[in-house]
Write a protein of this length. Structure first.
Length: 189
C-alpha cells in the first residue's frame, strides 16, 4: 500500500509594505490571498534594509516573499527577499505568469506591476512572447505611456505596432495619452 505524498507549493508573491507598527509587526498584501499576510521585523536579516524599513514611509519598499498557512487559518511570511535576483529560479516561472495575467485582468496597481516587470526584465526573465502579452494587456493599452520608461527602442516599436500608432496619428480626435506618447517618439526613448 503506497501513501500519497501531497506537496503544497507556495507561490512567489510581492507587494509594497502595507504597514508596520511600533513593535515590528507588519502586514503585506498578497496577489494570491484575500487577507493580509503577517510578518515581523525579525524576519529581516539584512541590516541596511532593516534600517531603511525602520525609517520608511508606507509603501516605500517592495518585497518578494512566500507565505505559509498557520493553524489559525491566517498566513505568515515564510521566506522573504529584497530583490528578485535573490529569489530561487524555480519560483519565477509561475510568478511571471501571474504578473502577466495581472496586467490584463488583475487589480494590482499598474505602477507596482511595472516595477516587477522591470525587475523581471533586468534579470532576463521576460521573453519576447511575455513582452508582447504585456504590451497587449488592458492596463497598457489603456495608458501606454506608463510603460515607456521601461522599454528600449525595439520594444517601443513593438508597442507602436500593437497600438497601430500610425492610424491613431491620423484620427481627428486622439486618445488623451497621444501627445505624451508622440513626444516620446519624437525625442526617442
Amino acid at each position: 500500500m503506497s501513501e500519497e505524498i501531497k506537496i503544497i507549493f507556495e507561490p512567489l508573491d510581492f507587494c509594497r509594505v502595507k504597514k508596520i507598527n511600533e513593535k515590528g509587526f507588519g502586514f503585506l498584501k498578497s496577489i494570491y490571498y484575500p487577507n493580509d499576510i503577517f510578518f515581523h521585523f525579525s524576519q529581516i536579516k539584512k541590516e541596511d534594509f532593516l534600517d531603511k524599513l525602520n525609517k520608511m514611509k508606507r509603501g516605500d519598499f517592495l518585497l518578494y516573499f512566500t507565505s505559509k498557512l498557520l493553524p489559525d487559518n491566517k498566513r505568515k511570511v515564510d521566506k522573504l527577499w529584497y530583490e528578485l535576483k535573490q529569489v530561487p529560479v524555480d519560483l519565477i516561472q509561475s510568478f511571471k505568469i501571474k504578473i502577466t495575467t495581472e496586467f490584463n485582468t488583475g487589480t494590482i496597481n499598474v505602477f507596482d506591476l511595472l516595477f516587477v516587470f522591470n525587475d523581471l526584465k533586468m534579470n532576463g526573465y521576460i521573453s519576447e512572447e511575455d513582452l508582447i502579452k504585456i504590451l497587449n494587456s488592458q492596463k497598457i493599452k489603456n495608458l501606454p505611456t506608463v510603460i515607456l520608461p521601461y522599454l528600449d527602442e525595439e520594444e517601443f516599436e513593438i508597442l507602436k505596432k500593437i497600438l497601430d500608432f500610425d492610424s491613431i496619428s491620423d484620427l481627428e480626435v486622439k486618445p488623451f495619452w497621444f501627445d505624451e506618447f508622440n513626444k516620446k517618439e519624437k525625442n526617442g526613448i
